[in-house]
Each structure stands twice: as structure tokens, then as C-alpha cells.
Design a protein around this ligand. Sequence first.
Ligand code: ZN
Length: 207
Amino acid sequence: MNKFFKVVTYLAVLVGLSALTQAGRFQTVVIDAGHGGRDKGGSYGRVYEKHLALDTSLRVDYMLRKRGYRTQLTRKSDVFISLSKRAEIANRYENSIFVSIHYNYTYNKSIKGLETFYYTSRSRPLASYIQSGMLKKYRAYNRGVKYARYAVLRRAKNPAVLVECGFVSNYYERKRCMKGWYRQRMAEGIVDGIVRYQSARRRGYVW
Ligand SMILES: [Zn+2]
């Protein structure tokens, strides 16, 4: 084999290898802070879900960027964004994942715990990684990973999940949600889940 073909073969192998290692990976994390502006989400007294969700989302964004991930927030301040706009932002990034961050509310004040929702079966592994990531950071009640027909999840073309970081309506959880250290732990858990999911994608365990 002459030198030219040796070089060409070598380059082809390199390109093939890098394509293999890049194949399953997602490129961008779209972080969606739930609610905002006139939509305050679940609330109890002066504790508004929209503020808790934004704070947690900014923490997730900061930590992901520090780890070298490309991120996009759907909102960076207290503004209203429609559900269709959120989905439109998510779908702008072809090879991405979408993580919508919320805090929970229900009229039954004894209900508590963490839960993560998915719509497509392809999104389920991401939901599982994030749910277990959060539970490792704080041993809250595990409400599990669940199927739900939320509009933002239905419209997203890429893996998309909606994370509920605790109940504003529950006395004990509300007290925790108001603390920076708790929101930091939830953010760390979400980031851990995303990192583990990326590694599973890279190895071809999930697609
Ligand atoms: Zn919400």
C-alpha cells in the first residue's frame, strides 16, 4: 500500500471512531423554568412556584455550563412564556434534551414527595436518571417516574421530561423549598441525572 492510501485509511478510521463516540450524544440541554410573570404556578402565601423553579433552573444551568455542556434557558427572569413558545424553543435545537423544572401543588396538604414525568417512551430513561439523581441528593418521598400528557412534553420532538422538586402545598416541603441549600441539592440531583443519561447515550444503552 502506498503512503497516500495509508494516510487515507488512517483518516477514515479516525473519522469513524469519532463518529461512533459522538453518535448517541445530545448536544444541548434546554432548561425550562416552569411558569413566570403573571403565571405564578402553585403558591402558598408569598411562596411562588415560579420563583423556586427559576432559581433551581439557573443553578442547573450554571453547573451544566461548568461541566462543559451547551445549555439554553427558556427564561432567565420573571417573565410569562406560553407553552407553545417553550416547545418552540426546545425544538430549535435538533439534538437536544428538554428539562422542565417545577414545584408541586395540590389541595391535599399531606401529599409530599418528588416525581418526574415523561410522555414518549424515549424520554423515560432521562426521567429515571433525573428522579434517582434527586433522591440521592435528598431522601424525600419517592412518587416515582410517571407518564403524563403535559403540553410541553407532547410538543417536544426530543427527549423531554418535567421534574417536580417538592410540594409548596405541604408544610414541611414548603419550608425546605424556601431554602437555598435544598434547591441547590435538587439542582445537583438533576445535573447528576443528566450527566448519567449522557454517558448511557454515549455507550449506546439508550438512544
Ligand atoms: Zn408547575
